[in-house]
Design a protein. Structure first.
Length: 238
C-alpha cells in the first residue's frame, strides 16, 4: 500500500504546544477555551474563506480571539527549529508505522503544510522529528493545503488527515481513500462525512489496525472494498 499521512493533529502534537503557549501569553484565560483536541491542532491556513455548504468544516468550538491566536502562532513560529520540539500525540505510533513498512512493504509519504520556523529547512526539521520518533528515512513533502491532486499524482491508496476538508479534497480529486482522525466527540463529526465517502477513526492506533486488516485480506472485494467496509462506508454502487 501507498499511504499519505498528514502530521499536525494526526501524529504531531501541535495542539499541546499551542495550549502551553496560549496559557503562557494569556494566564487568565479559561482552559476550556483551549480544551478541544482540534484547537491549535493544525497550523493556520492562509486565505481561509467561507466553505461551500456541502463541505464538512471544523466543528464549532471555543477559541481564542483572532488577535490572541495570532500572538500564539507568532510566538511559536519564532522558535528556532520549532518543528523538532513537538511530542507525538500517540507515543509509539511512528515506530509502529515504521515496523509496518518493513513487515508489510508499505510506502509512506508524509504531507505537511507547515509555516516556516527559523533554523534548519522546514523539510529537514520535519524529517529529523519523524526519525527521532522511530520512523527512519522519512519521505516528507511540503505541500499546499490541497492534497487531492497530490494523492492522484502519487497514486496513493489512502490519505490520513485530521481535517474533514482535507479528506474531502482527497476523495473528490483522487482514487485514494480519505481517512479522518477525529479525536473529539464522535457526535460532533460533520454529518456529511460518511455520505461523501470519508472514513472516520478515533486514533492512529485504530487507523493502523484498519489498514493492516485491509491489507491482509484476500477476499474478492479488493483493497478499496475492504477499506470501505472496515471504515463503515457503504459499498460503491455501479
Amino acid at each position: 500500500m501507498r499511504i499519505g499521512f498528514d502530521l499536525d493533529g494526526v501524529l504531531a502534537d501541535l495542539h499541546g504546544a499551542y495550549f502551553r503557549q496560549a496559557r503562557a501569553l494569556f494566564p487568565g484565560i479559561d482552559d476550556s477555551a483551549l480544551a478541544s483536541p482540534s484547537t491549535g491542532a493544525s497550523p493556520p491556513e492562509e486565505g481561509e474563506g467561507a466553505a461551500d455548504d456541502d463541505v464538512p468544516g471544523p466543528a464549532s468550538r471555543p477559541v481564542l480571539s483572532r488577535h490572541q491566536a495570532s500572538a500564539v502562532w507568532n510566538q511559536l513560529f519564532r522558535t528556532e527549529n520549532f518543528w523538532e520540539t513537538l511530542s507525538e500525540i500517540e507515543p509509539g505510533a511512528l515506530a509502529r508505522l515504521w515496523e509496518l513498512t518493513q513487515t508489510r512493504g508499505w510506502e509512506i509519504i508524509f504531507l505537511t503544510s507547515r509555516p516556516h520556523a527559523p533554523g534548519r529547512t522546514l523539510q529537514h526539521q520535519t524529517q529529523r522529528w519523524i526519525a527521532a520518533q522511530g520512523f527512519l528515512l522519512p519521505s516528507v513533502f511540503i505541500v499546499p493545503q490541497s492534497r487531492g491532486r497530490i494523492a492522484d499524482a502519487l497514486q496513493l491508496d489512502a490519505v490520513v488527515d485530521d481535517r474533514p476538508e482535507g479528506c474531502l479534497d482527497v476523495v473528490l480529486e483522487s482514487k485514494a481513500r480519505g481517512i479522518l482522525v477525529w479525536r473529539g466527540d464522535a457526535a460532533s463529526v460533520p454529518g456529511s462525512t460518511k455520505r461523501l465517502g470519508i472514513g472516520v477513526v478515533p486514533s492512529i492506533k485504530v487507523c493502523l489496525d484498519v489498514l493492516v486488516e485491509a491489507d491482509q485480506g484476500s477476499d474478492g472485494d479488493g483493497l478499496m472494498g475492504r477499506l470501505r467496509r472496515l471504515l463503515g462506508l457503504k459499498p460503491r454502487t455501479t
